[in-house]
Design a protein around this ligand. Structure first.
Ligand SMILES: [Zn+2]
Length: 195
């Protein structure tokens, strides 16, 4: 269940009232049996996307192990879901998260997917989400290289507007050796299978 943080009961009442107006704009009767609970459901569904946003990133990446690893560590594909900040419609896809440790320092396998979930858990732009994940890995692990590639379908593109049903958006953020050294980047892309 979502815990209210930034909003209070007044906001919820106002949101219900706004959604009732929206239902009327859509040509429906908000008091009809099927719709009377809909505003509350919409609020709960949208707030659910913000559920994971209170993770402390520094805490999440705090426990590091020195395994002497100096090659690529890659996790993926990992699924993620977010909501686009322009339309409040979901986008979902998969992410590839990779880095080359410095001084052999690595984090637990589940940490990077949780990092992605953390930044996905708010109204987002895929481009910004990609950069935020890469920059957080840079900041807290100080690795030799970071590569984050996200590929997602945006329902604001596939189900409405342009209605390009199969269109996917791919974004990448490369830092350190993945940005500066073509051979390191090529090895990463080959490993992910997008070369
Ligand atoms: Zn959108």
């Amino acid at each position: 269940m979502h815990t209210p943080t930034l909003w209070d009961d007044t906001d919820r009442r106002n949101a219900v009232s706004g959604l009732r107006s929206l239902l009327r704009l859509m040509g429906t009767d908000p008091d009809s049996p099927g719709l009377v609970e809909t505003p509350g459901r919409v609020i709960d569904a949208l707030c659910e996307y913000a559920d994971g946003g209170d993770t402390d990133v520094a805490d999440l990446l705090k426990v590091q192990f020195d395994l002497g690893v100096d090659e690529i560590v890659h996790v993926g594909p990992v699924e993620f879901t977010s909501v686009c900040e322009h339309h409040l419609l979901p986008f979902h896809g998969v992410g590839h998260l990779a880095y080359i440790p410095a001084q052999g320092r690595v984090v637990g396998l589940s940490k990077l997917p949780r990092l992605l979930d953390h930044y996905a858990a708010r109204p987002q732009m895929q481009e910004r989400l990609t950069m935020q994940v890469a920059d957080a890995i840079c900041e807290h692990l100080a690795p030799v290289a970071v590569g984050v590639i996200l590929r997602a379908q945006h329902t604001c593109l596939t189900l409405r507007g342009a209605r390009k049903r199969d269109a996917e958006m791919t974004t990448s953020a490369m830092r350190g050796a993945f940005r500066d050294k073509p051979e390191a980047r090529a090895e990463l892309l080959a490993l992910i299978g997008v070369a």
